[in-house]
Design a protein around this ligand. Structure first.
Ligand SMILES: Cc1cc2nc3c(=O)[nH]c(=O)nc-3n(C[C@H](O)[C@H](O)[C@H](O)COP(=O)(O)OP(=O)(O)OC[C@H]3O[C@@H](n4cnc5c(N)ncnc54)[C@H](O)[C@@H]3O)c2cc1C
Length: 185
């Protein structure tokens, strides 16, 4: 619904891989798969070293453009998004340090990914609120229509790389030590 079309499926048939190309030990493919997913999550917490990167800067410019950048409530929401970005940057540094020390990304990847999807949802909501009807009409006016594709993409980002619910499960079970979900068996 965002207008993007970035998907394709690639099928490999009759492929043989030399044993020297095997990752992990025989029969331990699941741990290879979840390690790979852990790296994906760790990478999907939004880039940039600041409080939210380019998107945050664009949001501040948008608030300024509509004359709301001094509104205390808007400033409070911007500050929360900025703090979220800082928190994710610090969490990413923890993951990087753990990986450099020979470990694999743990539940921190889920914390970062979940915090990121919460931040982009808040950014999209705030941009829509600031712009009102101009948000969805391409009038050619600076900075207005630019948010539409982003807003439509947010639900997808909350699914890609593991849904918000799955990240919460991982945090609950692996970081907080809460009881595991009931198994069908
Ligand atoms: C924009 C985008 C890009 C993607 N890119 C890639 C890619 O490059 N490569 C790739 O392989 N895949 C990709 N995906 C697929 C993505 O990884 C999966 O869609 C995602 O992991 C969710 O899995 P699913 O679709 O099977 O949903 P399901 O697992 O069927 O989940 C359906 C719903 O049930 C909920 N749910 C499921 N299990 C539980 C549970 N145990 N507890 C609570 N709730 C639960 C989920 O939160 C969700 O709301 C992409 C998806 C999107 C949207």
């Amino acid at each position: 619904m965002s207008g993007g079309s970035s998907f394709n499926e690639v099928f490999f048939t009759g492929v043989r891989v030399a044993d020297s190309g095997r990752l992990g030990s025989v029969g331990a493919g699941w741990s290879v798969a979840i390690t790979t997913l852990g790296f994906e999550r760790a990478a999907a917490s939004g880039g940039g070293g600041g409080g939210g990167g380019d998107l945050f800067d664009r949001l501040v410019l948008t608030a300024r453009f509509v004359g709301r950048d001094q509104d205390p409530v808007i400033r409070q929401r911007l500050a929360a998004i900025y703090a979220n970005g800082k928190l994710r940057a610090l969490t990413r540094r923890r993951v990087t340090a753990a990986v450099k020390a020979g470990g694999v990304p743990g539940p921190e990847g889920s914390i970062g990914k979940l915090a990121w999807t919460e931040a982009i949802r808040e950014m999209a909501d705030l941009a829509a609120e600031l712009l009102g009807p101009r948000f969805s009409a391409d009038t050619g006016e600076w900075g207005t229509f630019a948010w539409t594709e982003f807003l439509n993409g947010v639900p997808g980002y909350r699914v890609a790389g593991g849904t918000d619910e799955i990240q919460r499960n991982i945090i609950a079970e692996r970081a907080l030590g809460l009881p595991r979900e009931p198994r069908p068996s």
